[in-house]
Design a protein. Structure first.
Length: 343
């Protein structure tokens, strides 16, 4: 007789720890006064009502992750902001279509459940949902020994939003002489971290000992939901773009109509210290522009007459400014001039 006792726990999967984590998630939001309370956590699925004040509701869905920004979090043993990044990467895509975020789900896969680490991550996700005005309706935590190295993990997010058919932001609304506004980013957001990490490795820079990098590399992604939804409700924008991987050019071209061009004056861009640092440490202008947001986290396309009204919806740190206009042309994006990195 084989007397060896085989258990799931001995194989590396701790169901009790996972259950404790689910219980933590279900309780966390109720501790914050005035914050949105989340329901359905722990059920097999979540049931949600469609708002009844929308005449022709259209569903919009997005999914994303935070890429290798996770490795910076691991290096600094700091996990309280990447949950905000996770929500931001999906909801900032939703609002490009004019959709208001309704619900969010997360997926966390990890070598071994570490409650302290997971609690920090989920607190960030809850904060991101609160900033976005959406419900955290559930998710999945998968303990996967043998798939991930010790201490390693990955996260993904899934967001669903809703927009009235008449409020959808599409290419047809963009016209000649519309202004293109840059809305400042909070920093790198969640793009280009593989290049950042490659640079750090080649230059043998220890971010644990670098005060500047420690303060900048985990700055959470700015969530633009409140401002963009308010502007769309007032019919003050014709189009917008979330500036993520691929930079200004690749993201703007996705929303520019046929036979029109977005002419950008790079000299107008107000960049940030982290991008100046990257440029100073050997990354070319071309590589900077196609990898990073370079200080422009989001773009708005508006009629010139609406400029003053649009500016009123933003705080001082994220006040938009003009960087270009829509013209007739076959090249969807024209980048003119160059960024003055060190002004």
């Amino acid at each position: 007789m084989n007397n060896k006792k085989f258990t799931y726990k001995k194989s590396g999967v701790n169901i009790d720890a996972a259950d404790n984590f689910v219980n933590f998630i279900s309780k966390i939001s109720s501790k914050k006064k005035g914050k949105k309370k989340f329901s359905n956590i722990g059920a097999f699925g979540s049931i949600n009502s469609i708002p009844n004040n929308i005449n022709h509701p259209q569903i919009v869905a997005c999914t994303d992750g935070v890429g290798t920004k996770i490795e910076i979090a691991n290096s600094l043993n700091k996990f309280d902001t990447i949950g905000i990044d996770l929500v931001a990467m999906s909801v900032n895509d939703l609002i490009v279509q004019g959709a208001k975020p309704l619900l969010f789900l997360d997926y966390i896969s990890i070598n071994k459940i570490n409650l302290s680490k997971l609690k920090s991550i989920i607190k960030g996700i809850v904060e991101g949902c609160n900033l976005s005005g959406c419900n955290l309706v559930g998710g999945e935590t998968a303990e996967m020994p043998g798939t991930y190295e010790k201490g390693k993990f990955d996260i993904a997010g899934f967001a669903v939003g809703i927009v009235d058919r008449n409020k959808i932001l599409n290419k047809e609304k963009i016209k000649k002489n519309n202004l293109i506004l840059a809305v400042p980013s909070s920093g790198l957001h969640s793009n280009g971290y593989s290049l950042v990490r490659h640079l750090l490795k080649q230059k043998r820079i220890n971010i644990k000992k670098d005060k500047f990098l420690k303060s900048k590399l985990l700055t959470p992604t700015k969530i633009y939901v409140k401002e963009i939804i308010s502007l769309n409700d007032k019919n003050l924008i014709n189009g917008c773009a979330n500036i993520t991987g691929g930079g200004l050019s690749d993201n703007l071209k996705r929303i520019i109509p046929k036979n029109y061009s977005a002419e950008i004056n790079l000299n107008k861009i107000k960049t940030k210290e982290i991008f100046k640092w990257l440029k100073k440490n050997g990354i070319s202008d071309i590589e900077m522009l196609k990898t990073f947001n370079c200080g422009v986290g989001f773009c708005l396309i508006i009629e010139e007459k609406n400029l003053k009204r649009v500016l009123k919806y933003f705080t001082k740190d994220y006040k938009p400014y003009v960087i270009g206009k829509i013209t007739k042309g076959k090249n969807k994006v024209k980048l003119n001039g160059c960024i003055n990195w060190f002004k």
